[in-house]
Design a protein around this ligand. Structure first.
Ligand code: PGA
Length: 260
């Protein structure tokens, strides 16, 4: 893997690649290594997965490894970060649809090992549902690896600005910028849900390894704030600065404002 030669990372946890493809391939390799290591140990790999544009090429690469290099997902248990509320699983904008389409339908993961927040519960069942989701993750011993993208407002999962660092899985109101960015998929702002279920920040930071992937210049402003700015709840991803198990994986464009 070729690292960019003329961008000097600010710190060890940051790797900058010349292209989104290279950054995505590296991320997929890290995930595959974890799956294989757990297979060798006879254990399950508990993966926290993300949706959005960012992880698409990571999933493409994992599918390629499954088809051409024999990478099996039979020991993988997955928990997705979030899901819109309300939305139907069959809806093309749902994250269930996204995950099936972009990864699960193409690999040998066992259906019973897939967990994505389902938003078919009524509003008075949601707190209990969220607590169950949280406890289910704990029942597997926590997440071995969490893959993250980053929102332009600094959110991780749908932990929008103002989310408490000790938050757990819950229902959240979506931030205006998040809803605006979702128009790309929903066609019109009026079609974008106002709420979502998301793993909390505390749920995420408990993961044993965290890979934050950011691609493209539109993420450069928030990457600068998240990596170099003050650690505060107005940029939820800033909490990651405090964690030793985080690796930031950027393409050159996302890293443009953190060049020395
Ligand atoms: P994106 O979203 O990958 O579609 O840019 C990332 C996020 O909002 O976390």
């Amino acid at each position: 893997m070729i690292k960019s030669s003329n961008i000097q990372p600010d710190f060890d946890k940051l790797t900058v690649y010349d292209s989104a493809v290279l950054a995505s391939k590296y991320t997929a390799k890290k995930i595959a290594e974890l799956i294989l290591q757990k297979q060798k140990e006879g254990n399950r790999a508990i993966l926290g997965l993300a949706t959005g544009n960012t992880p698409k090429m990571v999933y493409e690469e994992l599918i390629r490894m499954h088809k051409h290099e024999g990478l099996s997902f039979s020991n993988v248990v997955s928990f997705n970060l979030d899901e819109y509320y309300p939305i139907s699983d069959n809806d093309e904008q749902s994250y269930t649809y996204f995950m099936n389409n972009n990864l699960f339908n193409h690999v040998d993961i066992k259906k019973e090992n897939i967990h994505i927040p389902h938003t078919d519960c009524t509003s008075n069942q949601i707190s209990e549902y969220c607590l169950d989701y949280e406890n289910k993750i704990k029942s597997y011993g926590g997440l071995d690896l969490q893959l993250l993208g980053i929102g332009r407002n600094g959110h991780i999962g749908f932990n929008e600005p103002g989310s408490k660092f000790d938050s757990i899985t819950r229902l959240i109101d979506l931030h205006p910028l998040t809803r605006e960015d979702a128009i790309e998929n929903f066609g019109d702002l009026n079609n974008v849900p106002h709420q979502a279920i998301t793993m909390g920040i505390n749920t995420i930071v408990q993961a044993k390894k965290i890979l934050l992937l950011a691609l493209g210049e539109r993420k450069s402003e928030i990457i600068k704030k998240a990596l170099n700015g003050t650690i505060a709840t107005d940029v939820p991803s800033s909490i990651l600065q405090t964690l030793p198990q985080v690796e930031y994986i950027l393409d050159r464009e996302a890293a443009v404002l953190i060049q020395k």
